[in-house]
Structures are given as structure tokens and as C-alpha cells.
Design a protein around this ligand. Structure first.
Ligand code: PPS
Ligand code: ADP
Length: 254
């Protein structure tokens, strides 16, 4: 990797790799106070604010931009969304491999895995899915603040829930990637046999069958994970990252 430079500009620290500005202001990690907390959208929907009035934000002395300088690339959230079987996990892990082999710090947060631990108490009602995505969004943000390229692979079926995650980070920090596989193909793949169960009435609230999926309308990238080869989709994600100044074209040219 090219050696990144930290440049002081007034009150800000900038991280530069060649001509690319990798980081933003040194106090970007303080956007806790600015986090958008939207109003409830349906009865019973949870709104999260600290329960106690007696907690005070503690500023880190080592900032995100310094961690990014150490890593040689920006932290970012790559948010993969799509139906079950659309290819979120396969694509996220394939992109991670590509990035890891080229020296990037990465981590994949995967739906089934997170539901074994942090979100083991949640089911598949709209409210539980909302809470699932809220927790994952907060966790992804922490990974990103650590300077990591975090790749998330959750159905995240509701536009509002995805937009809420976008709203807790700065513009450019959240790259939404729609794994656009039609349900007919997902059902043919039926990787885990869940569509068969859902059709047989053995699995309630199954996305695409008895529970909605709201496709993104203005996402950063749509990938045709239904018919394109995996390596083509990986390259599209890498190209988007280069275009957005997350990683350096020098390290990713073939
Ligand atoms: N009812 C129902 N609907 C959808 N999916 C179900 C359901 N029950 C279990 N599963 C399995 O759980 C995985 C989806 O979890 P997520 O955390 O990604 O869902 S969500 O974002 O909160 O909607 C999903 O994983 P993927 O197939 O990788 O998407 C399924 O394996
Ligand atoms: N271009 C592609 N991108 C991702 N997955 C693909 C692609 N083409 C075929 N597949 C296959 O589709 C399936 C997707 O499964 P998975 O990644 O578990 O989906 P999800 O995480 O969305 O539930 C895998 O069997 C994978 O090999």
C-alpha cells in the first residue's frame, strides 16, 4: 500500500493517499450528538435514546482519521441488502477476500451469525427486524470508526431501517448495495430450504412470501446477483469503492 499522510488543515486532520483524501475531519467521530433519531413510523415502533440523563460522551484521543492512516484506507460500511438467497453473504465474503488479500482491514457482519449472539433475542416481526438493523447499524458504525471496512449481509427489508443507519454516519460512510436477485431465482436456489418451508406454511413471516421486502430506490450500487457471475459482481463493488475514494486504484488495478 502507498504510505498515507496525515495533513493538518486548520482544525482538521486530513488523511491522504496519493491524490485521494481518505478521511474527513478529526472530530468526525463526534457525530453521536448529530445522530438522527427519527420519529416512530408505526405504533409500537421503538425509538432509542439513552434511558439515563446522566451519561456523558467521552471523546477518544486517537481519532478515526489516525486509525485510517495506520490502515492506509478509509473505514466504511458496505451495506448489502436483498432477499434470502440473493447472494449477500457470498458477495460480501468474496469482496472481503479481495480486499484482505490486498492489505485492507475488513470484517463481515452476517445475518445468521449475528442472530446467534447479539440479536439472539429477536425474531422476524417488523419491530424485531427494526431492532436487529438498529443494533447492527450501531455496531457497524463502531467497526467503521475503528478504521475497518465493514461489510454487512442482512436482508434489512425496510427502507426506513436502512435509511436510519445511513443517518447515523456521515455522507459517504454508508454504501448501500442491492443484491438484485428476483424471488423466483432465490426460491430456485433455496440455499437453506427455507422457501420450501415457507411455502409449506411451516415458517411464518418469511421475507418475500409472507413478509415484505422493500427494494432500495436510490442505493449507491445495484448488482445483478441473479444472473451475473460472482467475480463480475465483486469487481463492480471494488470499482465503486475506488470511485468513492475508499481504496486506491493503484492497489486494485489488474
Ligand atoms: N422468517 C424469516 N424471514 C427471513 N429470513 C429468515 C426467516 N427465518 C429465518 N431466516 C434466516 O435468517 C436470515 C435473515 O436474518 P436477517 O438478520 O438478515 O434478517 S432481517 O434483516 O432482520 O430481516 C436469513 O438469512 P439469509 O438467507 O442469509 O438472508 C435466513 O437464513
Ligand atoms: N453473482 C452471485 N453473487 C452471489 N451469489 C451468487 C451469485 N451467483 C450465484 N450465486 C449463488 O447464490 C447463492 C446465494 O446464497 P447466499 O450468499 O447465502 O445468499 P444470502 O446471503 O443473500 O441469503 C449461493 O449459492 C451462491 O453461490
Amino acid at each position: 500500500m502507498n504510505k498515507p499522510q496525515l495533513i493538518e488543515t486548520g482544525e482538521h486532520l486530513e488523511l491522504r493517499l496519493g491524490d485521494i483524501e481518505l478521511g474527513g475531519s478529526a472530530d468526525r467521530s463526534r457525530n453521536f450528538e448529530k445522530a438522527k433519531r427519527s420519529s416512530p413510523m408505526f405504533p409500537g415502533q421503538r425509538v432509542h435514546r439513552p434511558v439515563s440523563n446522566h451519561i456523558v460522551w467521552h471523546d477518544a484521543t486517537i481519532k478515526r482519521v489516525q486509525r485510517e492512516a495506520l490502515n492506509g484506507h478509509r473505514g466504511v460500511i458496505l451495506w448489502f441488502t436483498g432477499l434470502s438467497g440473493s447472494g449477500k453473504s457470498t458477495l460480501a465474503h468474496a469482496v472481503e477476500e479481495e480486499l484482505h488479500h490486498r492489505g485492507c482491514r475488513t470484517f463481515v457482519l452476517d445475518g445468521d451469525n449475528v442472530r446467534h449472539g447479539l440479536c439472539a433475542d429477536l425474531g422476524f416481526s417488523a419491530q424485531d427486524r427494526q431492532e436487529n438493523i438498529r443494533r447492527i447499524g450501531e455496531m457497524a458504525k463502531m467497526f467503521m470508526e475503528a478504521g475497518t471496512i465493514v461489510l454487512t449481509a442482512f436482508i434489512s427489508p425496510y427502507c426506513a431501517d436502512r435509511e436510519r443507519v445511513r443517518g447515523i454516519v456521515e455522507p459517504g460512510d454508508f454504501i448501500e448495495i442491492y443484491c438484485d436477485t428476483p424471488i423466483e431465482i432465490c426460491e430456485l436456489r433455496d440455499v437453506k430450504g427455507l422457501y420450501k418451508k415457507a411455502r409449506a406454511g411451516q415458517l411464518a413471516e418469511f421475507t418475500g412470501i409472507t413478509s415484505p421486502y422493500e427494494a432500495p430506490e436510490n442505493c449507491e450500487l445495484t448488482v445483478d446477483t441473479g444472473t451475473e457471475e460472482l467475480d463480475v459482481c465483486v469487481q463492480q463493488v471494488i470499482d465503486k469503492m475506488i470511485q468513492n475514494g475508499i481504496i486506491n486504484v493503484v492497489n486494485f488495478s489488474y
